[in-house]
Design a protein around this ligand. Sequence first.
Ligand code: GLA
Length: 722
Amino acid sequence: MKKFILFTYLTIFYSAVIVNAQARKEIVIATKNVSVILTIGANNRVYQSYLGKRFVNQDDDRLIPGGKHEAYITGGMEDLLQPAIRLTHSDGNPSLELQYVSHDAKNLDDNVSETNILLQDPKYPVQVILHYQAFNKEDIIKSWTEIRNNEKGEITLDDYASSMLHFEAKDYWLTQFHGDWASEMKMQESKLTSGVKEIDSKLGTRADMYQTPVFFLALNKPADETTGELIAGTLAWTGNFKFHFEIDERNALRVISGINPYASAYKLKKGETFITPAFIFTYSTTGKGEASRNLHKWARNYGVLDGNKPRLTLLNNWEATHVNFDEKELVNLFDDATKLGTDLFLLDDGWFGNKYPRNNDKAGLGDWQENKSKLPNGIGYLVKQAEAKGLKFGIWLEPEMVNPKSELYEQHPDWILKLSNRNENYQRNQLVLDLTNPKVADYVYHVVVDMLVKNPGLAYIKWDCNRSMTNAWSPYLKDRQSALYVDYTLSLYKILDRIRQKYPHLPIMLCSGGGGRTDYGALKYFTEFWPSDDTDPLERLYIQWGYSNFFPALTISSHVTSWGKQSIKFRTDVAMMDKLGYDIKVSKMTDEEVKFSKQAVKNYNRLNNTIWFGDLYRIVSPYEENRMVVMYVNEEKSKAVLFNYNLNTRYKEVLNRVRLQGLDSHKQYKVEETNLVPGTKSNLAENGHVFSGDYLMTMGLNLTPGKLIPLTSMVIEISAAN
Ligand code: GLA
């Protein structure tokens, strides 16, 4: 009898669910392993019902109960926490309700699908479209929002997030990445408590100097590299951003990501549309490593310029000469590049300005003519000389900035962001140009393009940006000052778009006084970025570890310099982990060091395919042990490269064997230490031996054989033997 009652009860319950599911409409946004399910409530609003692992049986999508949390919460209505959108209508009404109108879903190709959900306020002709692109293979979802004003008058957007996501977990663990000049990407994890936590930038330009627009959010318990449920998110925006995490009274978390609305109320005239930048995220049930690999794959295929193409090794002259050089010295330095065997020579800051020569950082910025006394024969001559030596030639530019001591400043005082009734406020003795002014934008475009037209051999640009915005006021925007932060970034993108139309594949490094600009809004125009001016390899290990969570190796420029007191081998091994370059006085190196470096460049050229395009496994974190171990495995699992770095290890410190990851258990692999200093032998007991992938991943390798020496390193090449 009891059984019967239970059965009847279950039947009624399930049919109720199914009837309910049939009556309602689900919108499923899915990749291979991840899905987001939205449902439309009886009140016609759209709710997030699910975000997580995709169900094996897709019919199960319909069993998901209707959501409690509106997908894109509006301000001025009944929700009392932070909204995703808040606006003021043309009649002064500060409320917005968004009701479902329609949606469409289409496949853009066999990997990418797009879902667009049209919402409208029942009382006002304001429309919002929620856009979602799902990248199937990469398990990435890219979401952004479009806001249309069809009212008769102007509306003001006060908050206009790209994305809002909801979670219901026991606990929430946030990993953020913060820093400063020369100490970027410090990783910090904390448990969120009830109320608000925000990570943001108000810097305008060089926007990521203190906080990078990336995070991990682990659900229930902290995630590590191989276990735990989490999302990894990043905002594709090169200006002020904000991530808002808010735990409500029932322990539900909302995550709102977008442009920082701080001082940025944005007005839309009748008929105008605002499109937010994209929030890009992935979800993993197997820890941070998987999330990073998803992002790396997506970035190479969609997020970074030419992400599936090779990169150039280079010798930069910044550390070697700073701004003190002349043509003769540079041509001599070309020989250094050929000695090392790099592909390119990169001329840094200091080559320009005549009335106000750029002999230090106090003058010349903005006057992009070759300095006649340093470079009497111009850039063209240098390009030719480099080419004669088998090198490509690249150049440094900082086109958004101006020194007060410059002809540009004298000629166009109204092209500069500054408050006319206050003292000019300098960072590195410079000011920011008013990119919102189309004339200035055109000037910036021409700085770059005219130089490339004049010197057709120019093969590379380093695009720098060495200050943030302070005391900012745009002479051009007049009474629309609150559009400054947003319009500046949009104008920068337009300039980059124009440059890319003419030069779609020219490699350009994104630099901002080190890692002040590291985001996927910019990276679609750039091939790589400069992570930090700190090139001390010990510091770099933490910085590169940090960036590797969100950006693929081929975008992370890593140069061998004289910073740090470590051996040339340690310095090189650290730089080889990402995109190798040099910024060093080769003349000050010993013959042995040069010999080693030349061989290292050759080794890198042999291994770079695996490093650039392989899957990254972060095996031992420098935050957890006195060493760092990472490895890259190519797609076929036929080749892997392992990097092992001892940090400040102590006398008799015990470091255990290390289990490898990502190999094919059934394949046999030869393990060989490479990048050895000429004349030295490997200490690795297993050097040259063949093991199954299973053994290497189960038993592992002893990466600290013999005496443990601080700041030493090993590069191990692992090649399938069958
Ligand atoms: C910034 C960059 C450096 C170098 C200098 C030149 O600090 O990060 O790499 O180019 O500018 O002034």
